[in-house]
Design a protein around this ligand. Structure first.
Ligand SMILES: Nc1ccn([C@@H]2O[C@H](COP(=O)(O)OP(=O)(O)OP(=O)(O)O)[C@@H](O)[C@H]2O)c(=O)n1
Ligand SMILES: C[C@](O)(CO)[C@H](O)COP(=O)(O)O
Length: 233
């Protein structure tokens, strides 16, 4: 329950193959400081005040999830992943609606360094508002858009330009309807907020820590391990 008595679940899309990582197993099962990335992520979400269950979308070809001790945690609910991340999230939202959750914190399995203080700030700023919100960080570099030939097409105005992170917090049914409608309209949905924006909502941007990286390429592993290690000091 959140402070305004909305029931809250986390949804973790964890059904990707990690192609950009190029490992021989899906990246969410690579180990950082002796624990899998997925375990680090679930550990955090299970300790967020108010989160009643964590719904994890797992590929039907997955050979690893059931080997994790936390797969047996009664608060961890497994659903099937989908073809794309948005499909996995939709399956998670279906289960969230079935168990009558009001709000969903959608968080990438591949973001193990998220700070619970940032998640708490997101929950506090968003509450159960229909527009929802997301953790984000302002860009710090000059941003370029490339031309097809690889040269610079133009410099992107970085005023009020943010990196969207996760978790992203939205009402379950509203988010389900927005993603389903966007996909039916063949809109590319790479995060939950983009579907809500397409549906006419105005999600709140809540500044989070830069350390909340999405482990995507091999170089991200050492950085994520460093951030996790730093927290124990
Ligand atoms: N069909 C999919 C694709 C992705 N994800 C999840 O969505 C999160 C963010 O996606 P991304 O970082 O792109 O992971 P992958 O799709 O595995 O990576 P890649 O694009 O490099 O294959 C990850 O936790 C991933 O497991 C998912 O649940 N279902
Ligand atoms: C949801 C997300 O992490 C926000 O930045 C991002 O859109 C996921 O993109 P991916 O291509 O599925 O990694």
């Amino acid at each position: 329950m959140t402070s305004n008595n909305a029931s809250l679940v986390a949804i973790v899309p964890a059904a990707g193959v990690g192609s950009r990582m190029g490992a021989d197993i899906p990246k969410q099962y690579l180990k950082l400081n002796e624990r899998t990335i997925l375990e680090h992520t679930l550990d955090r979400l299970l300790t967020v005040e108010g989160v009643e269950s964590v719904i994890v979308a797992i590929s039907e070809q997955d050979q690893w999830f059931d080997t994790l001790p936390m797969a047996k945690d009664p608060r961890v609910l497994r659903v099937s992943g989908g073809k794309e991340r948005a499909d996995s999230v939709l399956n998670g939202l279906k289960r969230a609606i079935e168990i009558k959750a009001d709000m969903a914190l959608v968080h990438d399995a591949a973001r193990p360094c998220v700070l619970n203080q940032d998640i708490a700030a997101l929950i506090e700023h968003v509450g159960n508002a229909a527009d929802g919100g997301l953790l984000a960080v302002p860009v710090r570099d000059t941003m370029k858009r490339s031309a097809p030939d690889g040269t610079v097409a133009h410099t992107v105005d970085r005023e009020r330009l943010w990196h969207a992170l996760t978790p992203q917090l939205f009402p379950c049914q509203t988010l389900y309807d927005a993603i389903a409608a966007a996909l039916a309209a063949e809109i590319q949905v790479t995060d939950e907020a983009s579907a809500m924006e397409w549906a006419g909502y105005h999600p709140k941007l809540v500044a989070g820590c830069d350390s909340n990286i999405k482990v995507t390429r091999p170089g991200d592993l050492k950085l994520a391990a460093f951030f996790l290690q730093e927290e124990t000091l």
